[in-house]
Design a protein around this ligand. Structure first.
Ligand SMILES: Cc1cc2nc3c(=O)[nH]c(=O)nc-3n(C[C@H](O)[C@H](O)[C@H](O)COP(=O)(O)OP(=O)(O)OC[C@H]3O[C@@H](n4cnc5c(N)ncnc54)[C@H](O)[C@@H]3O)c2cc1C
Ligand code: SF4
Ligand code: SF4
Length: 733
């Protein structure tokens, strides 16, 4: 049972790996009205983008009609955290005439203050000029901080250092009370910009709290002729090891087998230092504890474990920082994909809603429920209303219940009359037949409308990025998706083929052939293999109707797609569905051409329809859009996606594929690409290693969102194999 819970937990929480952010509305407002979250906490990975957010949030608040208040005891804005984001927000707000206070737990710009002495602060991305009053250019940490102190002084900004915020309370009059270690303040609005770097991650091993063990490196020059142990496998650990190795004997202990997440430049420097004997690296090493002068490592070699006592004068554990989830929760801030709520209550209410629909439909066959339509209707309203209220209060399980009832109804009624699913059986299809057209027709109308409305919204989101920058690749992609839906999946099957059959444009014989009437339009599927050769699995993100709904309606939840190795392993399920589809197709061919396997073919078709066409394509994935993003069907169950994957992998291996995403050396490990990949690919790891993403090493569908979101313009579409194909590149202007 525990194992089952663990698996479910891993699945439900997998989208939170490796970053989890607060749920934010437009303009950075959190679930608490008047509380805005910006900077690193809101996903700005570098100083310049954190500054941009600070500038934007200040402009947004200043433009509100009630931005300024007359009461001297109430601040217009209290900014929590004096990093790049907070300072720029405060300067912008002050410039607009608002009364501003900045509260800082430690020193001004403490994250940058904590960088090692002399560290160069890069002002990436080059293509965007810094916005706001704070200064930024490539500079040493010391020069940058000196400029920032000067700006704070010149602008008379009220920054209270050493005053960490401990609590936040919404007042009845709409203001917010901010409690610090020393005082309390009332504000009309609060901007939270506390960053993510405050909580250095610990290993949790004995002796880690010793004086000689640090979780940050401040002054590398202070260490000379020492035995130094560095623990970690990221850029911070590698950079620290390289710097310390200039004057010391350094051992870098890493639990992985390769440095997959470090910049190429760092890896090159590390290899050079190891070859020159300046630095020792121990892979697959787990730290077991720190004693006086020795660090115990458990090292795995070819499946065997051995223990090593590593001497050290100082040790640096540099394994990243934990997002301050508990702090955010304690303030009442809702986090993405927080599985809050009561699952049993949500399940009971969902069942009650369906039972109410059953009674309302009047076909229960149970005398006591006959004629109780009003009672059934009231039960539905009460149950669905309760689910909605719980969902609005943050219960994910209640939201799951609402989503399930909607999708189950849409697909459950789509069956032929009398075959609808409980509780719609015997009445659902008739109820949803309008103007002599069945629900299946209106379902296509609904599907096409939803795709069009949300497609235009998604086109606006990705086609015109910040600053009005146009991304023609994304605009064309959404034009293609919406057009294919209209032409191939709506107008042709619902009108052209109907008329072709009705008016016998195709001749009398074909017009009377039921297979032609129902299926011939699907012949466009013959172009798959050709498409894969040139465009990888782009069919999924440019043409397909299922993929289209995921890219349009599902777009707002794309960042929730499960990430990590476990989620990739689960993709094996689409091989099973593909095998089932092949078996059923062979049976049908046997039936139609050789008049054998008639019964098994029929049974196979019925089961395939029930499991694949209804549950795996329809009810389950669309229900799960708000929780796992739009690509559940495409990624885990679609046999066509699996088939294209097989073709794509073969074309890549034979070096005839023209599909790949290349990376340059500028990746800053911000994770935006990984976060937004709807099929859960860890794009950042490929980018850091500058390894092309192909269909041989990933299930990439070529949507190009990773290319679009990358703030450093690291990624481009290019061809993987050597050969005559020309470069296919994303055009942004
Ligand atoms: C080792 C390292 C190297 C980096 N190098 C670069 C680089 O070269 N170029 C680049 O552009 N970016 C770099 N970055 C990223 C950059 O530091 C961040 O993107 C940026 O600092 C984020 O700004 P922020 O204002 O959101 O948060 P932060 O700069 O982290 O500021 C948050 C502030 O809030 C304060 N605070 C925290 N909790 C509280 C509380 N409860 N109450 C009050 N105050 C609180 C903190 O003390 C801190 O001063 C680097 C990061 C690291 C870790
Ligand atoms: S890797 Fe990039 S292009 Fe490929 S599916 Fe993910 S986001 Fe889309
Ligand atoms: S490639 Fe990905 S991780 Fe690297 S800078 Fe671009 S978006 Fe960030």
């Amino acid at each position: 049972m525990n194992r089952l819970f663990q698996i479910l937990h891993d699945v439900f929480e997998s989208s939170n790996m490796p970053t989890r952010r607060p749920v934010l509305r437009a303009n950075f407002e959190s679930n608490i009205a008047g509380l805005y979250i910006i900077g690193d906490l809101a996903g700005a990975p570098v100083v310049k983008l954190a500054m941009e957010q600070g500038n934007d949030v200040a402009a947004h608040i200043a433009a509100k009609p009630d931005a300024r208040g007359g009461d001297r005891n109430i601040y217009d804005i209290v900014v929590i955290g004096s990093g790049a984001a907070g300072l720029n927000a405060a300067l912008g707000a002050k410039d607009s005439g608002l009364r501003v206070l900045v509260l800082e737990k430690s020193k001004i710009a403490n994250t940058i203050e904590d960088f090692p002495e002399g560290k160069w602060v890069y002002a990436e991305p080059d293509s965007r000029p810094p916005r706001g009053k704070l200064w930024l250019d490539g500079a040493s940490k010391e020069d940058l901080l000196a400029r920032w102190h000067q700006i704070i002084h010149e602008n008379g900004l009220d920054v209270r250092t050493g005053e960490g915020v401990e609590g936040l309370q919404k007042q009845n009059d709409g203001t917010l009370e901010v409690r610090t270690s020393q005082s309390r303040y009332i504000a009309r609005r609060v901007v939270l910009a506390t960053g993510q770097r405050g909580n250095a991650r610990w290993l949790g091993v004995p002796g880690e709290e010793r004086e000689q063990v640090y979780h940050r490196l401040y002054s590398p020059k202070h260490y000379r002729d020492e035995e130094i142990a560095v623990v970690g496998g990221g850029n911070s650990a590698v950079e620290a090891a390289l710097t310390l190795a200039e004057q010391n004997r350094v051992t870098l202990a890493y639990r992985g087998t390769e440095f997959a997440r470090v910049f190429k430049d760092n890896r090159r420097k590390l290899d050079a230092a190891v070859s020159a004997g300046k630095l020792t690296v121990i892979y697959q090493a787990q730290v077991k504890g720190f004693d006086e002068g020795t660090c115990t490592l458990d090292i795995e070699e070819s499946g065997r474990h051995r223990s090593l006592e590593l001497p050290y004068h100082h040790a640096f554990v540099l394994i990243g920082a934990d997002a301050p989830t508990e702090f955010l929760r304690s303030l009442g801030i809702r986090l993405e994909n927080d599985w809050a709520g009561n699952p049993a209550a949500a399940a009971a209410l969902t069942l009650a809603a369906l039972a109410g629909i059953w009674v309302w439909g009047g076909k229960t066959g149970i005398p006591a429920f006959q004629g109780q339509a009003v009672a059934g209707g009231l039960a539905v309203i009460a149950a669905l209303g309760s689910l909605l209220i719980l969902a609005l209060r943050g219960s994910r399980f209640a939201l799951l219940g609402v989503s399930f009832v909607i999708c189950y109804t849409i697909y459950g009624v789509k069956q032929a009359e009398g075959f609808e699913y409980w509780p719609y059986r015997g009445w659902g299809a008739r109820l949803l037949t309008f103007w002599n057209r069945p629900w299946s027709f209106w379902y296509t109308v609904l599907y096409t409308s939803v795709m069009t409305v949300f497609g235009l919204q998604a086109m606006k989101r990705w086609g015109w990025r910040q600053g009005g920058k146009r991304d023609t690749f994304q605009i064309w992609r959404y034009v293609s998706l919406i057009s294919f839906q209209w032409i191939f999946f709506f107008l042709i099957p619902e009108f052209l083929f109907r008329w072709a059959v009705q008016y016998q444009w195709v001749g009398e014989r074909l017009a009377h052939d039921p297979v032609f009437a129902g299926q011939a339009w699907r012949a466009y599927g013959l172009i798959y293999a050709w498409l894969v050769l040139f465009h990888g699995k782009r069919y999924c993100s440019w043409i397909c109707g299922c993929g289209g709904l995921a890219e349009t309606l599902g777009d707002r939840w794309r960042h929730l797609a499960p990430k990590g190795k476990t989620s990739v392993r689960w993709e094996f399920m689409n091989s099973i569905v593909l095998a089932a589809a092949v078996v059923v197709t062979l049976l049908v061919l046997g039936r139609d051409f050789f008049h054998i396997f008639g019964k098994p073919a029929q049974t196979g078709l019925e089961y395939y329809h029930l499991f694949a066409d209804v549950w795996l394509v329809g009810i389950l994935p669309v229900t799960l859009y708000p929780f796992f993003g739009g690509k559940v069907w495409c990624r885990y169950w679609c046999p066509l996606a699996k088939m294209m994957q097989i073709f794509g992998a073969a074309f890549t291996r034979f070096r005839v594929s023209r599909f790949a995403i290349d990376a340059n050396e500028k990746c800053i490990a911000c994770m935006e690409c990984t976060r937004n990949c709807q099929v859960g690919i860890d794009v950042m790891t490929y980018a850091l290693k500058q390894e092309p993403i192909t269909n041989a090493n990933s299930s990439c569908i070529g949507c190009g969102i990773c290319v679009t979101v990358c703030p450093m313009e690291v990624l481009t579409f290019a061809r993987a194999a050597a050969g005559p194909a020309e470069l296919v590149q994303i055009a942004t202007n």
